[in-house]
Design a protein around this ligand. Structure first.
Ligand code: HEC
Ligand code: HEC
Length: 241
């Protein structure tokens, strides 16, 4: 062990006794963001998986959530608009109808972050999950790419949006026989549709066009949800990702 390393080891050993260990303090805004983040993230899962009941419940919670954001006056305009969008998702007749409102929620998160020059920023990882060709892994890959698109809207971040679009465009092996519960022609059609949407997503390089991005994301989710509902996957899904 070098002198440097042993000094470092000593420091690590002694530091906890003179400073209080634990996570850094979280601001009121950050805490409320994590609450809303969790709700909005779950909302996205229910939409992708086509789970109407959970979608309605989560969207309702987001719509009713108090504006305990710890933000300066003026920000209630943003939160009110966001809650109205969530309310639209909660009262939509189907997952298909709710998808645009759920994408709009993500867009509004991003618009407020932009207005405050704040938010989660670009911190999300773009490393793909391993692909081994199995249906489960494949779906993880699709989930990862659609998540990046969502992160791109919420942050907002051109880098994340483009990473998501490239991932979706390169979803190799899709269409693949994802399951014997899905007819082959449905897989092929969904594959065409997702690649077309990915190509559209790649065209929108400028974050100013967030409304166009939200529209594409809603169409991606509708494609995911339609197959999950038709194949009975929606009914079995219970754990948001
Ligand atoms: C009213 C404006 C506003 C809205 C609407 C808003 N945010 Fe934020 N968000 C902020 C601000 C300001 C920060 C920076 C907080 C800080 O660092 O203290 C932030 C930070 C964050 C963070 C990072 C928190 C951290 O640990 O640093 C996440 C994640 C986040 N927002 C997610 C969301 C999501 C998801 C939505 C939509 C459901 C959303 N935000 C809607 C203003 C907003
Ligand atoms: C053509 C049909 C089809 C399409 C389109 C489709 N999926 Fe799936 N998905 C399935 C099937 C079938 C399963 C169950 C896989 C299994 O049995 O291993 C599944 C499972 C999943 C799971 C795993 C759920 C769990 O139980 O943890 C995720 C996540 C997922 N899909 C995401 C997506 C996303 C995101 C999209 C759209 C970008 C999408 N899927 C599009 C058929 C589809």
């Amino acid at each position: 062990m070098s002198y440097r390393a042993s000094t470092a080891a000593l420091l690590v050993f002694f530091l906890p006794s003179c400073s209080s260990p634990g996570p850094p303090p979280v601001s009121e805004i950050q805490a409320s963001m994590h609450d809303h983040f969790a709700l909005a993230r779950d909302l996205r899962s229910w939409t992708v998986m086509g789970v109407q009941e959970a979608l309605v419940e989560t969207a309702g919670s987001l719509a009713r959530s108090e504006g305990a954001w710890g933000l300066p006056p003026g920000s209630s305009e943003w939160t009110d608009t966001l809650r109205r969008a969530a309310g639209g998702a909660a009262t939509a007749a189907s997952v298909y109808d709710a998808a645009p409102a759920v994408a709009e929620v993500a867009r509004l998160c991003g618009e407020c972050h932009l207005a405050y020059q704040s938010g989660p920023g670009d911190r999300f990882q773009t490393t793909p999950p391993p692909r081994d060709g199995s249906a489960g892994r494949h779906m993880n890959y699709l989930a990862w790419s659609s998540r990046l698109l969502w992160d791109g809207l919420v942050a907002p971040s051109d880098r994340l949006w483009m990473a998501g679009a490239r991932a979706l465009a390169g979803a190799e092996g899709f269409p693949a026989p994802v399951s014997d519960r899905v007819p082959g022609e449905d897989v092929i059609e969904a594959g065409h549709r997702l690649r077309r949407l990915a190509a559209d997503a790649l065209e929108i390089t400028n974050g100013d066009a967030s409304a166009a991005r939200a529209e594409i994301l809603a169409e991606v989710w509708r494609t995911c949800a339609a197959c999950h509902q038709a194949s009975g996957i929606s009914a079995e899904f219970s754990r948001p990702f």
